[in-house]
Ligand binder design. Structure first.
Ligand SMILES: NC(=O)c1ccc[n+]([C@@H]2O[C@H](COP(=O)([O-])OP(=O)(O)OC[C@H]3O[C@@H](n4cnc5c(N)ncnc54)[C@H](O)[C@@H]3O)[C@@H](O)[C@H]2O)c1
Ligand SMILES: O=C(O)[C@H](O)[C@@H](O)[C@H](O)[C@H](O)COP(=O)(O)O
Length: 306
């Protein structure tokens, strides 16, 4: 079938390629003219035959909002917009209502698989009306991995991005667990072959997984991960997961801790731990380390024996 794709970066570019390989006709628009097939959103719409389907694959927030506003002006009744970016599910409900007022359908689609999706397929988590999802099925079939799994129509508008958000929350906690296990094994004086240990876990263990495979790939490239600073960014999904947990009063200790660990990774020094150190010093005379490097007067006590 015909599809317009807006945003031809790491994800949209590969998705367009996978769809073309699958026999679909794709017209792509990107604000970067070097990537774009057409010069404007309007030209993209004109190149498609009605009823049209347009897939938005740009960063969440303002770029997605602007694109959906633009499409709302250009598309006609009966057309469908899919938001495949990592948008917040609460934005979907607004986008769905705005487009529905013009007779334009809206589907939110959480996409997983990263830059590997071109070859492996993309896991798709879809929210929207049954009739709209059915129309886009040829596209979903080509994008998803081969086989039984990798596609779900999770519910109404917002459901796709809600489950993608939770998927990413789980992703945060799993990565954090691998990271903490790595740090502890590295700290031990009995384990001498750290990369080999992680490699061995790829088969037979309870924790074998794609993330573990990717960790081994990274360790094969840089066995001590010396070239990477321990600084982890986030693009919103973990925060939204924790916010949703608060809204639903659902305890999420592991995912919350993994989100906060990322925030901690961005600090050169911890104001909170300066307070802890200052208070230990105040009540117990315990030594503090000077920000300038020298120890303060006062002897620390060893931790109690266990
Ligand atoms: N990278 C991943 O692993 C991954 C996986 C799943 C979902 N996502 C989501 O997919 C979306 C795209 O991610 P990406 O990794 O391809 O990002 P990217 O930065 O590689 O590509 C984004 C593209 O969108 C274009 N763009 C930005 N604003 C635009 C606008 N207003 N109009 C037209 N084009 C515009 C940029 O020029 C760029 O080419 C994001 O929402 C992201 O969160 C990313
Ligand atoms: O399932 C996936 O393919 C990834 O989760 C993907 O969505 C992306 O890599 C995240 O945007 C990273 O999210 P953070 O920037 O929040 O780590």
């Amino acid at each position: 079938m015909e599809l317009g794709i807006i945003g031809l970066g790491k994800m949209g570019g590969n998705m367009a390629e996978r769809l073309r390989r699958g026999g679909h006709t794709v017209v792509g628009y990107d604000r970067d003219p070097a990537l774009s097939d057409v010069g404007s959103l309007r030209e993209l719409a004109e190149r498609l035959s009605p009823p049209r389907a347009v897939w938005v694959m740009v960063p969440a927030g303002r770029p997605t909002q602007d694109t959906i506003n633009g499409l709302g002006e250009i598309l006609d009744e009966g057309d469908i917009v899919v938001d495949g970016g990592n948008s917040h599910y609460v934005d979907d409900q607004k986008h769905g209502e705005e487009l529905a007022a013009k007779g334009i359908g809206f589907i939110d689609c959480g996409v997983s698989g990263g830059v590997w999706g071109l070859e492996n397929g993309y896991a798709l988590m879809v929210g929207g009306e049954e009739e709209h999802v059915r129309r886009l099925m040829p596209i979903f079939e080509t994008l998803k991995p081969e086989g039984e799994f990798g596609f779900v129509h999770s519910g109404k508008v917002g459901a796709g991005h809600f489950v993608k958000m939770v998927h990413n929350g789980i992703e945060y906690a799993m990565m954090q667990a691998f990271g903490e296990g790595y740090e502890l094994i590295e700290a031990s004086d009995v384990v001498t072959n750290v990369p080999e240990t992680f490699r061995s876990w790829q088969e037979g263990t309870v924790i074998r997984s794609w993330l573990l495979d990717l960790m081994n790939r990274a360790l094969a490239e840089d066995p001590e991960l010396d070239d990477i600073r321990g600084y982890a960014n986030d693009s919103g999904e973990g925060r939204w997961t924790v916010q949703a947990a608060v809204d639903h009063a659902v305890p999420l200790p592991a995912i919350s801790a993994s989100l906060f660990a990322r925030f901690a990774s961005r600090q050169d020094d911890s104001p909170a731990m300066r307070v802890v150190a200052a208070l230990r010093n105040q009540f117990g005379g315990h030594a503090v380390e000077s920000a300038k490097g020298a120890d303060s007067p006062g002897a620390d006590v060893p931790p109690p024996a266990v």
